[in-house]
Design a protein around this ligand. Structure first.
Ligand code: MOS
Length: 766
């Protein structure tokens, strides 16, 4: 009995992850909440329509906003005649650069820890037009329909200036080294070009990926009101505190003068940040003295919310006859505006992928007058793995080696670029279990399988995404007592885009505190909560986990202090106790214990609250840390129409300990579905004559619908990483990576056609 009680106890976790340090004790727990499938705690609220999204809040006297978007790529606004619009029914305000309040330029993303502005541009402060689609006027009216109508009555004329809207012209004008978060996208090991030239076998190809736009199910929206000099804004946000701070910077306010809430978000994928619409609506609300709701149309999202930039990537691999790599080259070009700082960093997934003695990775950039691009699910890796993993397939065909085997032969022992050991890398296990489940060994020879008018083929690819953990996360845990019962409130400045963060946080906190999940309430999505976390880089769960570890340590210390000398726990230090069943107990003798409720009651306390920041993310300085996948795809390509249908897809993942199998499986599947869209459909059509996006709607920009998505099988190794909180890796972005290559490789296997340009539409297969 004592033995089993000891196993249930969750001791304190170390506060940081140092080489050779003690792993998080939750890793070793076998029978707890972690690893049990838990449905999303907010699921019922969402499916019953009870959860209030950003465009569903309402204030007394609220008016509705509509935006006018520039129709030239670059120049000046010569005149705006607003007479007719101002006279239209219900119109409250027409705001342009002439009457907008003076505002500071939002600090661009990455320029400071809290700066999350989209581009280095002032918003509605002058007559300049920087991209085709820039918002240049805002109409407020009593109803959305009145605002939408009045905005069409604005008469706007322009002085057009020369612009760069064609890729060829941009390249001719200049190419520069790309930077990502201030660091050059350049890695060199040995002399890759010389090694490629000397290698007995090689592939050397160019792969192209188009622009992609964000299409979250919830278009961007915000509802806001000024009360005196304080702005309250209900937004759809994946970076809650940072957006509030950037808005404060724009309006010259103190941090606490902006309160931003965002409890529910209908998808973000990198796009639910600060764009011009929140700034313009807040300015219009201030100018009119009325609360404002702004809900972008789908077209509006295309005009002002950035997406993924296009890429042209060269991948060259030099190899010996046994398949071992001599040289790996992954270089190429991405595009951005003169006013932002994020090229598509497509080499990130190549840095730790394969062992090669000579490596050259480089992203260069050219500039075009377009909307600022931004993060889009696995920025870099999503499209970079298409090129890299297609090239590996090409090499496998050339060498006559099974592509799974070719990858395994080039497994690195340590990070080939930075030399660090891997914290946890079990790709081989993911390949083995995936291949077995998919039936890879039984695959037919290329071009030999047909089913009616369908050519059938199978392909595989590796996906990868780094483990990150941003600093700045804090957690506040409040234990409160109601008689014999105790409840915990866990407050984190986190964002939930619908991926299950709140649920997973409840699981992790409940298990660490030794409480049932029903006893834990997670509060998030509110800039009033201390600390700053971001739902980005697939790192939020680890960042929250580290903050909960720190706060839990603090709470146990505070409880022991309250327990005092009359407690069975008297004399024990925090490292000598563990939590379970709503109690603290001695690790060495779990019969020595006291319930939280009893400790609080004896101290005549109704509640106890602690706040603590998570440790600095030192682990990523010592290890090379990544999530991995092995992907298998079966396609049918129609002989008559050229249409590709996905018949089967399997993702075999190695992402550390899986905390909530139910939400993790959804993340993997969702990522794979986006990857299928990237492979076969998604393409922003961009008019190179005038910089206008030509397909700003879901009727012309295609994403997969249910009929396009087969059953997607997902499995995982569930091997904990000893160097992360809870042993977990992020699972948000890994899913999309590698998928387009698995599809392209399967299409090659079916048809013998190698398509190196996404999306693989039917015209490319006829
Ligand atoms: Mo993600 S593209 O870091 O939301």
């Amino acid at each position: 009995l004592v033995q089993s009680a000891m196993e249930k106890l969750v001791p304190l976790a170390p506060d940081s992850w140092i080489p050779g340090g003690v792993p998080d004790p939750l890793i070793a727990r076998k029978h707890g909440l972690i690893g049990t499938p838990v449905s999303r705690l907010d699921g019922a609220l969402k499916v019953t329509g009870t959860a209030a999204f950003a465009a569903e809040y309402r204030f007394d006297g609220m008016v509705y906003a509509a935006l006018a978007y520039a129709t030239i790529a670059r120049g000046r606004i010569a005149a705006i005649d607003s007479t007719e619009a101002e006279a239209a029914p219900g119109v409250v305000l027409v705001m342009t650069h002439r009457n907008a309040p003076r505002m500071a330029t939002p600090p661009i993303f990455g320029s400071s820890p809290t700066g999350v502005g989209p581009a280095d541009l002032p918003v509605l402060q002058d007559d300049r037009v920087h991209w085709n689609g820039q918002p240049i006027a805002c109409v407020l009216a009593d109803t959305q329909e009145q605002a939408d109508h009045a905005v069409t009555l604005l008469r706007i004329t322009y002085d057009v200036e020369a612009s760069t809207t064609s890729l060829a012209e941009a390249k001719a004008k200049g190419i520069e080294q790309g930077l990502f978060m201030g660091h050059p996208l350049l890695n060199e090991v040995g002399d890759a070009e010389a090694a490629l030239a000397a290698a007995p076998h090689m592939v050397d190809q160019v792969y192209r990926t188009p622009r992609h736009n964000h299409n979250a199910i919830e278009p961007h929206a915000a509802t806001m009101a000024w009360i005196g000099d304080t702005l309250t804004i209900h937004d759809a946000s994946q970076m809650v505190s940072q957006q509030a701070q950037t808005l404060a910077d724009v309006f010259g306010l103190k941090t606490e003068q902006v309160r931003l809430t965002s409890p529910y978000v209908g998808g973000g994928f990198g796009s639910k940040g600060l764009w011009d619409h929140q700034i313009i609506a807040a300015a219009a609300a201030r100018l009119s003295g009325r609360p404002v709701r702004i809900a972008l149309s789908r077209e509006g999202v295309y005009r002002i919310v950035g997406g993924r930039s296009l890429t042209e990537q060269r991948v060259a691999i030099g190899a010996r006859a046994d398949g071992s790599f001599e040289a790996l080259i992954h270089t190429g070009l991405s595009v951005m505006t003169p006013h932002n700082n994020m090229p598509e960093p497509f080499i990130l997934g190549s840095q730790a992928a394969y062992a090669a003695p000579n490596i050259l990775l480089k992203v260069e950039v050219t500039r075009m007058h377009t909307l600022a691009n931004t993060f889009m699910r696995a920025p870099g890796e999503a499209v970079g793995t298409f090129a890299l993993e297609s090239a590996i397939d090409e090499l496998a065909v050339q060498l006559g080696i099974d592509p799974v085997e070719l990858r395994l032969r080039n497994e690195p022992e340590k990070d080939p670029v930075n030399g660090r050991p891997f914290s946890s890398r079990h790709i081989a296990e993911a390949w083995r279990s995936g291949a077995e489940r998919f039936g890879w060994a039984d695959r037919p020879a290329p071009g030999t399988r047909q089913d009616g008018e369908w050519r059938i083929g199978v392909g595989c690819a590796t996906g990868t995404y780094p483990y990150y953990r941003m600093p700045g996360a804090e957690a506040r845990i409040t234990l409160s007592r109601d008689g014999e019962d105790v409840r915990a409130k866990v407050e984190v400045a986190a964002a939930e885009m619908g991926m299950g963060t709140a649920t997973t946080t409840a699981i992790v906190a409940a298990e660490r505190l030794g409480l049932a999940i029903e006893q834990v309430e997670v509060v998030y999505g509110d800039s009033a909560i201390p600390g700053a976390i971001m739902a980005g880089g697939s790192q939020q769960t680890a960042a929250i986990g580290a903050a909960v570890i720190a706060a839990h340590g603090e709470l146990v210390g505070a409880l022991l202090k309250l327990a005092g000398n009359d407690s069975p726990l008297a004399g024990l230090s925090p490292s000598e106790v563990g939590c379970d069943d709503g109690s603290l107990a001695a690790l060495a003798d779990p019969t020595r214990r006291e319930r939280y409720a009893s400790i609080l009651a004896r101290a005549q306390r109704d509640s106890l609250s602690v706040t603590k920041a998570g440790s600095m993310p030192l682990e990523t300085m010592h290890w090379s840390m990544h999530s991995h996948s092995a992907l298998f795809c079966e396609v049918g390509v129609n002989i008559v129409t050229g249409e590709t249908r996905i018949r089967r897809f399997l993702g075999s993942f190695d992402c550390g300990r899986i905390l909530n199998p139910k939400t993790a499986a959804s993340q993997f599947r969702g990522g794979i579905i986006m990857g299928l869209g990237m492979a076969l459909m998604e393409e922003t059509q961009f008019d190179e004559r005038n910089g206008r996006i030509m397909n700003p709607s879901l009727s012309e920009y295609h994403v997969p619908v249910h009929l396009d998505v087969p059953e997607i099988d997902v499995i995982w190794t569930d091997i904990p990483d000893p160097h992360t909180p809870m042993g977990a890796h992020g699972v948000g972005e890994i899913g999309i990576t590698g998928v387009a290559a698995a599809v392209a490789n399967a299409i090659y296997n079916a048809t013998g056609k190698r398509v190196r340009e996404l999306p693989i539409t039917l015209d490319k297969l006829l």
